[in-house]
Design a protein around this ligand. Sequence first.
Ligand code: EPU
Length: 426
Amino acid sequence: MNEHFVVRPADALAGTVDVVGAKNSVLKLMAAALLAVGRTTITNCPQILDVPLMADVLRSLGCEVAVDGDVVEIDVPAELNSEADYRSVSRLRASVCVLGPLVARCRRAVVPLPGGDAIGSRPLDMHQAGLRLLGARSEISHGCVVAEADGPGAALRGAQIWLDFPSVGATENILMASVFAEGTTVIDNAAREPEIVDLVRMLQEMGAKISGGGTSTLTVHGGADLVPTTHRVIGDRIVGATWAFASVMTGGDVTVRGVDPHHLDLVLDKLTQAGATYEAVSEGFRVRGNGRPRSVDWVTLPYPGFPTDLQPMAIALSAVSEGTSMITENVFEGRFRFVEEMVRLGADARTDGHHAVVRGVPRLSSAPVWASDIRAGAGLVLAGLLADGETEVWDVAHIDRGYPRFVENLRALGGNVERVNAPPAR
Ligand code: EPU
């Protein structure tokens, strides 16, 4: 692919950017639609490739899916195919979230394993352990995760489940698997991300009896029949925060609309420590940078901690801050690959295990760099805004998967970036 972004130094970014629904919510909500026969409508969907890819996964299970702008309509049949198609699943690792709904609906699911990726190994052991406690056998067989209610005609049974780690994906799959289980399921040490709360809300709208969304303990009273619903996806806090970092790094003044600032309480507080000011405004928040940022230490943790998905932005900001920052990655061990690309851009950074130390420099130095995942790609573009000369960011398909209209939005704020389709110059 010859497509890349050319990023040139930017003055202070300024203006308003509208953020649409969260990628990491919409894909799970589409999977949740499987739980009710009939037509579910999801609005405020981001127009990114992952949505049509998820639509293909649902079609392979027997659904009819229409994607029209920011609206997705899913018609779910009474009889679902319990085996997801390898070709569609392999293009979208998040599609493993159909596992829970399929086990709930069909009492059996076969979902090809998506495999590891650039941010680290992504095992499913907690998903499987939870399903086993609900009474499903689960094994990895011929490259697929297979789960099946134990015994012919057997139902899933409510259970007490403690997660070793508040995994987002495991919480979602176990939650969705449990909605038809007999009795009560309690998921302890559950993930508390706003996207989990969004999923809980949609399941409640469908008639599920769930309490505790947004806390570490989710309680599900199983057995209710679910009906289709119309649901609006919450705004993408990671996209919103990416624009906040861009504002602070360039000493800008950016208003983000469409994201609940409470989903970014800790992030916005950290940016304040780095010298920025922020205020809540109607439907969003406004972040103003104030000269060169000050160094801050960052530690990634499950919500409400600092999100691992913003670790590249934290490193990009630290790279141009006054002073030295320590960044600790506790969620995905592979995410520090990003640091190597930042060093190519002149960052004074090194890693040791799950820590990175970054000594800020006043200006970065442009170079061709490669995006290894969605967030690393966005972080490199932000860094390019603070580099002299032209920074080429390659493998931008990653960025397109998480950031709808990324170049257009950045240009509207005054960023000097363009999408180019040409072979490498160097
Ligand atoms: N883990 C296990 N066993 C499991 C499940 C998870 O060891 O059974 C480990 C993972 O290997 C990882 C940690 O637990 O080290 C956290 O994984 P989690 O399950 O919480 O993450 P996920 O559901 O795979 C989602 C987002 C990620 C985001 C993480 C953490 C989606 C589609 N993906 O992944 O988003 O980083 O939660 O918040 O929702 C992104 O958007 O760029 C992205 C990678």
